[in-house]
Design a protein around this ligand. Structure first.
Ligand SMILES: [Zn+2]
Length: 307
């Protein structure tokens, strides 16, 4: 069961006609916003829950990202509640951060709800890696910055389709990973620290790479660090990425289903041996797959049967 722990203060700013008072317990323009969490850990996700009459659409602003609200899959169509998946980058400072939600109502009015969200430590490890000499140029900070900027633009879109709710998510396999999300890394004895954006699964060269959930392919190409890389858009601003492939079997625009083979494991890009680099992005932020995948699957399991 979700914990409703913090009800945020609500400041209604009515624009246009005043809502009529009916038998409804709440008049339009009085949305209730609840955080279904105590805090969001660095690199993780929290659910914002919005309820009230006549809500047409809404978005949240948090840590310079915009997050759209979508119909809460846990309630029936008539319920009208909406949720947003709020993500915090692994580099977020550990403190309270301002958050605001803009709500638009069917009668043309709108309101802004202000609040703050506590970001907590993400519990990350560290490791030392050795790269062959020919890959050392890929450690230049500009290379990382360029790739991060590219990924951020790729992962910041919101498609309202909820493909992921059809299938849920599946990690590449249970366990047997060697490097987790957020790990601090040094290479070849250097003093510069890098962060790991996903989970690494060592697998023999050529092992099939399967789609983690239903979705649509939005990127296939070769980039510096991730090598041959594929991205699937699962709707709601949720994306999965698959790096270092030896081969890719899909193209942009392809509709894929969960477990469909989209490529083969390889050692392309900044890689020290054949493995699958698996990552998940929500709202433009790469987050911890080992935590976020179970959270999304739980949300799906609680989905209303519409009765
Ligand atoms: Zn990796």
């Amino acid at each position: 069961m979700a914990k409703f722990l913090a009800v945020l203060s609500i400041v209604a700013i009515l624009v246009g006609t005043a809502p009529s008072v009916t038998a409804s317990p709440q008049a339009e323009g009085q949305a209730t916003l609840v955080q279904e969490f105590d805090w969001i850990r660095q690199g993780q996700v929290g659910i914002l829950h919005l309820s009230g009459p006549g809500i047409q659409w809404a978005y949240a602003k948090f840590l310079r990202q915009t997050f759209l609200f979508f119909p809460d899959p846990r309630c029936t169509e008539k319920c009208g509640d909406q949720i947003a998946l709020l993500s915090a980058p692994m580099t977020t400072t550990i403190e309270f951060h301002p958050m605001s939600v803009k709500v638009y109502y069917e009668d043309g009015s709108s309101e802004t709800i202000e609040g703050s969200i506590r970001v907590a430590y993400g519990e990350f490890g560290q490791e030392e890696l050795t790269l062959p000499a020919n890959l050392i140029p890929l450690l230049e900070p500009e290379v990382t910055d360029r790739e991060n900027t590219f990924l951020h633009s790729l992962l910041s879109n919101f498609r309202p389709q909820q493909d992921w709710l059809n299938s849920g998510f599946k990690l590449p396999r249970e366990g047997h990973y060697v490097s987790i999300y957020g790990t601090w890394r040094t290479f070849n004895g250097g003093t510069r620290w890098y962060r790991h954006s996903g989970v690494d699964y060592p697998m023999p060269m050529g092992t099939p790479i399967q789609a983690a959930a239903d979705g649509r392919v939005i990127y296939v190409g070769a980039i510096a660090i991730r090598g041959n890389y594929m991205v699937i858009d699962h709707g709601w601003g949720i994306f999965t990425g698959y790096g270092h492939a030896s081969e890719t079997y899909v193209k942009v625009g392809d509709v894929v289903v969960q477990n469909e083979i989209i490529g083969a494991v390889g050692n392309t890009g900044r890689s020290t041996g054949p493995h699958l680099h698996f990552e998940i992005g929500i709202g433009g932020v790469l987050v911890n797959p080992l935590v976020v995948v179970p959270l999304l699957n739980q949300l799906r399991m609680e989905q209303s049967n519409g009765s």
